[in-house]
Design a protein around this ligand. Sequence first.
Ligand code: FAD
Length: 317
Amino acid sequence: TKVTEYIRRAEGKTLFSIEIIPPLKGQNINELLNSIEPLMEFNPPFVDVTYHREELIDRVGPDGTIERIPIRKRPGTVGICARLMERFKVDAVPHVICGGFTKDETEDVLIDLHYLGIDNVLVLRGDAERSAGVFKPKPGGHSYASELVTQVDNMNKGMLLNAETEMSPTDFCIGVAGYPEMHFEATSFDSDYAALKKKVDLGANYIVTQMFFDNQKYFGFVERCRAEGITVPIIPGLKPISTKKQLHVLADIFHLEFPLDLVKEVERCASDKEVRQVGVEWGIQQCKELLAYGVPVLHFYTMGKSDNVSQIARGVF
Ligand code: FAD
């Protein structure tokens, strides 16, 4: 079932959903699945699974020379999707990324997903390799998420990259990312909204936002999107803060601002256990306001731990 169909059927009632990250290469998948099991109480119709690119890692060879080899630290997105569907009877929403893939490799991944019975994909550019600093597509790959939206949309129309091959059309519902506090590489808010509008005009059916801790940022974002003629559902992405360090780490990685009130409360905490509780309380307030605003879904970045998200969901649903 498509994410947009779940939203339509809910008739204005807010849904609950989560994103999970594949475990580090070689770790046990059951731990991850067990850790999110308690969240099934809140009936997520879909669960997102992130995709991770290969990173260049230095390896010392037997003769002492250092080799740089590409390693995907968190493989398994497609397999995890299959396990989620089987165990929890939810729709799995794999993320698909441009970084590290040629268009042909992407086409093969999309065919795998289609054969698995997956109805939704969240289409992203992906981040730069840590060692490179700036995003570079793999030769023969896409430079922007909008190009990958077009590739998926073409498959939905029955078109493969090699026009001589016929295919039965896919029917993926396409999600894309939006940034209430602007994507850090955008030269201006105007250009970032134009890039988002382009993704929607090319076929995206819904938007999921980057995390934010100040609802005003989300409300402003939705208003501006509507003014730009972007009419698709805009799902807020949420993450409860859980350690003091995250005040800096999340701000740096995701380029967001924490509201001063939250910063003060976190800084007053004597331990991360207390920060986790502050995160839950802040999350409940944030979600109550978002519910009153009528958001289609409350979508949580769980990062593999569910107790704080459970507490928030229990506090608002
Ligand atoms: P794009 O939409 O391509 O935009 C990237 C930048 O280019 C923006 O600054 C935009 O303004 C600009 N731009 C777009 N088009 C043009 C153009 N034609 N000319 C000039 N500039 C342009 N990363 C992962 O690796 N795996 C994941 O699973 C993953 N999941 C995510 C889920 C969500 C909900 C979000 C919000 C992010 C996720 N990310 C993930 C991170 C994401 O890959 C990064 O934020 C990445 O830097 C941008 O991806 P995008 O799809 O928004 O890129």
